[in-house]
Design a binder for this molecule. Structure first.
Ligand SMILES: Cc1cc2nc3c(=O)[nH]c(=O)nc-3n(C[C@H](O)[C@H](O)[C@H](O)COP(=O)(O)OP(=O)(O)OC[C@H]3O[C@@H](n4cnc5c(N)ncnc54)[C@H](O)[C@@H]3O)c2cc1C
Length: 556
């Protein structure tokens, strides 16, 4: 798509209307958890960022309810976990109503070995505050209606959601399409969203129960006709508010059919007669689709979150996967803007597409397992599950998959086995990796414990030392291992890997146009090599000055 030259004229008028006449580094479409995470990280890195959302205010709807271990690590690395931990309920048990009783969640390779039950609205609010504090400009009541791009620029047209006022144009080096399941950005760049509806007419409600299950326990009950899921929003034993999700094959009605309190109560009682519903709060019918895009990138436009994948809410994966997409993407955009090879952005798709596919498979399997009407399959499920979930390797694999702690990215040929795994649980002489990233986002060199003393921190690199017998690691800003110094690897092999991801040597020299290290598998729909114009994006000292300049440019 070519940029219409007349856009320059539109842009001149845009300033007065609150648009951006200058070129932003990144324009994020969608102020949900995905967009706000991306915007916060990019603004924190000193990039000029604006976020556009068609809703006039932040959604107060209680959608996702659980924040998983790997997302908590990510929030901790941004200084946002502590407050949410104080507000939420750590769920550590799963009760499927099977023989053997509730299953205690196994120790996870994380400081957060639980799912934190906290309404999505609170996670969104924390990310919103953080993004603004770092200098991202969040514009609400602004709907994206058109998009064009060429080799150097993306031009986005918006109009006020209220319908009052002229269109505005925005120009940016990159656009993040984080505008949810019905993404306009995805449509405008022509990316199909193949898949199908798997469950229609589920009911989601916040209910106050007089006899609900204990807090800290995720409870699921199945019947021949459906299931009910309950989890507490409160920490005290006894009465309180719960999130309920129910599905009943006998009540598959169009989403527009009004949902009365009595139906919510009736659905819950058919699965759990003993819970005692005292009050029904927010409630909604929704259908659940399984869809995923084939390409996460079209030129300068990158898709993330629900815009790239949707699936059943079973296992509470939607918000978590979106936040992780964004955290993985933001540092790469920053690096490419700072001079890293364009191919770094292709790794957004090659890394996150397989993760999204696994999430679809995992949550789909769970949804089908819970909703099967076949007596034979139900009997098999009820006989096999309690056994499998008590076998440590199978249990750890299932729970680690939902928690995101076993998530890994593909590694290149000849790379150490640890490359692409998460490094957040590596024990350090001082503090934790998330604490290091909280104060100094960027690459971290984890040195082995037998090294006399860690070398000095040279931007863009932090150096820390591990306490166990593990090898040296180069850890990316998103907590994944980029290089591991296992036997047979050159001890300073990390230098070439760092140079590839950032476009800059540790001594400040720029690498050649294609970088020096491996080129990870690429998305097929990428433009040719493109290099940014500014300095290294992951450098520490440059950040503050850049942040000030970025705030100025991101507009109101
Ligand atoms: C009813 C319901 C229940 C759910 N329950 C769960 C659950 O229990 N567990 C779980 O993990 N997940 C659940 N989810 C999914 C979870 O809420 C999403 O995965 C998560 O919100 C995705 O975040 P996002 O930022 O990618 O997209 P969204 O949160 O959808 O944010 C996208 C934003 O883009 C904006 N936007 C859209 N189009 C435009 C445009 N043209 N211009 C400007 N802005 C635009 C929207 O206003 C919106 O604010 C549920 C979703 C729904 C709808």
């Amino acid at each position: 798509m070519a940029v219409d030259p007349s856009y320059a004229g539109h842009a001149a008028g845009a300033r007065a209307q609150g648009g951006s006449s200058s070129v932003l580094d990144v324009l994020v479409v969608g102020a949900g958890p995905t967009g706000l995470t991306a915007a916060g990280d990019l603004a924190r890195a000193g990039r000029s960022v604006a976020v556009l959302d068609r809703r006039p205010d932040r959604s107060r709807r209680s959608r996702a309810f659980a924040t998983t271990a790997s997302t908590l690590e990510l929030l901790d690395a941004r200084g946002l976990a502590e407050d949410l931990l104080a507000r939420g309920v750590p769920a550590r048990e799963l009760d499927l109503g099977l023989r053997g009783g509730p299953l205690r969640l196994p120790p996870l390779a994380s400081a957060f070995a639980f799912a934190l039950v906290v309404p999505q609205a609170e996670v969104d609010a924390a990310l919103d505050r953080s993004a603004r504090a770092h200098g991202a400009a969040v514009h609400r009541g602004v709907e994206v209606v058109d998009l064009a791009q060429d080799d150097g620029l993306v031009v986005v047209t918006t109009r006020p959601t209220s319908g009052e006022g002229p269109p505005t144009t925005w120009r940016a080096r990159y656009v993040v399409g984080a505008d949810g399941a019905r993404s306009t950005v995805r449509r405008l760049v022509g990316v199909p969203f193949p898949g199908r509806t798997v469950l229609s007419s589920m009911v989601l409600a916040d209910v106050r129960l007089t006899g609900g299950p204990p807090p800290e326990r995720l409870t699921v009950r199945t019947t021949t006709d459906g299931f009910a899921f309950l989890v507490a929003y409160h920490r005290e034993e006894g009465a309180g508010w719960y999130r309920a999700i129910t599905w009943d094959r006998r009540r598959e009605v169009p989403l527009e059919v009004p949902l009365a309190d009595a139906e919510v109560v009736d659905r819950l009682r058919s699965a759990r007669p003993d819970v005692g519903v005292a009050e029904v709060g927010w409630r909604s019918r929704f259908s659940s689709d399984e869809r995923q895009v084939g390409a996460y990138r079209v030129g300068r436009v990158l898709l993330a979150g629900d815009a790239a994948h949707v699936h059943s809410p079973m296992g509470g994966q939607g918000m978590n996967t979106g936040v992780q997409d964004a955290a993985g993407l933001a540092w790469k955009i920053d690096a490419v803007l700072g001079g890293a090879p364009d191919a770094v952005l292709d790794t957004h798709g090659s890394e996150r597409h397989p993760v999204g596919r696994r999430v679809l498979r995992r949550s789909g399997l769970m949804a089908r397992g819970l909703t099967t009407g076949s007596p034979a399959l139900r009997a098999l499920r009820d006989a096999v599950l309690p056994v499998v979930l008590r076998l440590p390797p199978a249990r750890d694999r299932v729970v680690g998959g939902f928690a995101g702690t076993t998530s890994r990215y593909p590694r290149g040929r000849g790379e150490a086995r640890l490359v692409g795994t998460r490094a957040t649980a590596v024990p350090l002489v001082e503090g934790s990796l998330t604490a290091v990233l909280r104060t100094t986002p960027g690459f971290v060199l984890v040195e082995p414990r037998d090294v006399a003393a860690p070398g000095p921190a040279v931007a863009p690199l932090m150096r820390v030392r591990r306490t166990d017998r593990g090898p040296a690691l180069l850890v990316r800003p998103d907590g994944y291992v980029a290089w591991a110094g296992t036997r047979g690897q050159a001890p300073d092999g990390w230098r070439a890997v760092l140079a590839w991801w950032t476009g800059t040597e540790v001594d400040g020299r720029r690498v050649g146009p294609r970088g020096r290290a491996r080129t990870p598998r690429a998305d097929t729909r990428s433009p040719s090599d493109d290099r940014g114009s500014r300095g290294l994006g992951v450098g520490v000292p440059a950040r503050d000055a850049r942040a000030q300049e970025a705030r100025r440019r991101a507009g109101p």
